[in-house]
Design a protein around this ligand. Structure first.
Ligand SMILES: *[C@@H]1O[C@H](CO)[C@@H](O)[C@H](O)[C@H]1NC(C)=O
Ligand SMILES: *[C@@H]1O[C@H](CO)[C@@H](O)[C@H](O)[C@H]1NC(C)=O
Ligand SMILES: *[C@@H]1O[C@H](CO)[C@@H](O)[C@H](O)[C@H]1NC(C)=O
Length: 336
């Protein structure tokens, strides 16, 4: 009995000791957490929530009017086709790229695109003081015209003073034209664009990190190397970050058809999620968000391809894990 009692007593004592320890740890964690919160001084200014920042119409109507009149192959994002005689080259470039590279070469690098946004976007105003942007475009053996069209579309369709720089990050491409020819073309025709070279094939994430390290803009925008920025694309990506620098913003991603280069919508937007095998899944937008379109909506999971993030926040999070190789997979290194 006594033994049992003593054990019980000891257990009780142990338990109270444990509870006290847990309380101390919790109080300590709470205190340090609050201290951290208080110490943080974000470099990107956060707008004062009580004073509504002035908003303006960011559309470039000169550009919009000009584009509307453009005619020709692939203009207005219309589906295009090559004459039969090109089919040998077409086949070769198809198998190299997985899309119709020969056709892409025939379409102007600065082609016009249709405005397929939600009608509400045309009237939307965004705050006047938006952060500057560094665009990072990683590539490996990308086709010439699709790569350059990505950069041109950004230059044409962004407010000039917001684009600090565009980095094309070459992940050890082996195609000859992506070396000196690209350097020379970019130097001659594209101000603000420069090429960063990785010495060895390092994968998408390392390439993005290399671009991010060089970046000096307030916001990092990551794009794929065969994309086209459409009308007034940038202000909606930047405003939520200007209002709260810990917001990461993903754009709606339209489709450029791999065979005809037709520009068309993917869908009317979706939230991101994981399924039980941790594959990325698209979920319908919540009814409450649907009713507020075209306002931005929250998403629990983001796809990693195209997005905007405050440069300060990106590094606060530690950037990407540099151990991620090719397409975000962690390499399984042989342990010999
Ligand atoms: C693209 O550039 C060409 C040559 O400078 C020009 O003639 C054409 O109008 C431009 N198109 C657009 C949509 O800016
Ligand atoms: C608007 O577009 C025109 C024509 O492309 C361009 O010259 C001008 O710099 C653009 N304006 C801004 C603010 O980027
Ligand atoms: C690139 O790879 C070579 C061998 O393939 C190696 O000797 C060199 O150290 C690597 N360079 C970098 C920067 O990792």
């Amino acid at each position: 009995m006594v033994v049992l009692q003593r054990c019980l007593l000891r257990l009780l004592r142990l338990r109270s000791l444990l509870i006290i320890t847990i309380i101390i740890v919790l109080v300590y964690m709470f205190k340090t957490y609050n201290q951290e919160e208080a110490l943080e001084v974000p470099e990107v200014p956060i707008q004062d929530a009580h004073i509504a920042p002035p908003k303006i119409d960011w559309h470039n109507y000169t550009q919009i009017e000009y584009e509307r009149k453009c005619e020709g192959i692939g203009e207005q994002g219309m589906p295009a086709h090559l004459p039969k005689s090109d089919s040998k080259l077409e086949e070769k470039l198809y198998s190299e790229n997985g899309f119709n590279g020969a056709l892409s070469d025939k379409i102007p690098l600065n082609r016009s695109l249709p405005d397929i946004r939600h009608p509400g976007c045309k009237k939307k105003l965004y705050i006047e003081s938006l952060p500057t942007v560094s665009v990072v475009v990683p590539f490996h053996n990308e086709h010439w015209s699709t790569l350059l069209r990505t950069a041109f579309s950004v230059l044409y369709r962004s407010p000039e003073h917001l684009i600090k720089e565009i980095f094309l990050v070459d992940d050890a491409s082996t195609k000859g034209f992506l070396k000196r020819e690209l350097d020379e073309y970019v130097a001659k025709h594209m101000s603000k664009v420069s090429v960063i070279r990785l010495a060895n094939r390092s994968g998408l994430i390392t390439a993005r990190l290399a671009g991010a390290r060089e970046a000096t803009g307030d916001v990092l925008v990551f794009l794929d190397s065969h994309t086209e920025a459409n009308v007034n694309w940038l202000p909606p990506l930047l405003e939520p970050i200007a209002l709260n620098y810990r917001t990461v913003v993903c754009p709606f991603i339209d489709v450029v058809a791999h065979d005809t280069f037709e520009y068309r919508a993917q869908d009317e937007g979706a939230r991101g999620a994981f399924d039980w095998e941790l594959f990325y899944k698209r979920l319908p937008v919540l009814p409450k968000d649907d009713a507020r379109m075209p306002e931005p909506f929250e998403s629990p999971v983001m796809a990693g391809g195209l997005f905007a993030i405050s440069r300060v926040f990106f590094w606060e999070l530690g950037g990407y894990d540099p151990g991620l190789d090719i397409w975000g997979r962690r390499a399984v290194r042989a342990q010999l």
